[in-house]
Design a protein around this ligand. Structure first.
Ligand code: CO
Length: 133
């Protein structure tokens, strides 16, 4: 039911600072920067080999990501998998008592997204997303 690694999310204090490494030193192109209001975040999208790096900067202090930055600092935030049929996948996961964090909602690039709690995924915050729905 999963088709690929959609992206890897990296949480940072400053997008501009982070791009000095990921764009300017590593040479990854920035396809675009967009705001995802539902998650309280500004995202730079850097495609690479059929997947992409997403660099996440909290929009303001009310963003849930701001609290995480305060607590844990910068670093890898989530691993996102592309799903073919997100509603079916979610009902399957729920039947296995996997903890899902909220109903599917709009993410970057018009995807539908939701998350699996790290307690259900060996300590990794897993995002599940479906494109073009
Ligand atoms: Co994501």
């Amino acid at each position: 039911m999963l088709t690929r690694v959609s992206h890897i999310g990296i949480l940072v204090r400053s997008l501009e600072e982070a791009l000095k490494f990921y764009r300017d030193v590593l040479g990854l192109p920035v396809a675009r920067v967009e705001e995802v209001k539902s998650e309280g975040v500004r995202v730079a999208i850097l495609p690479l080999g059929g997947t992409r790096i997403e660099i996440l900067e909290p929009l303001d202090e009310k963003s849930p990501l701001h609290q995480i930055l305060e607590k844990r600092g910068e670093g890898m935030h989530h691993l996102a998998f592309e799903a073919e049929d997100l509603p079916r996948l979610l009902s399957d996961l729920q039947s296995h008592a996997v903890r899902i964090l909220g109903d599917p909602r709009p993410g970057a690039g018009g995807e539908r997204i939701t998350f699996v709690h790290p307690k259900s995924a060996s300590g990794v915050l897993v995002e599940l997303c479906e494109e073009g729905v």
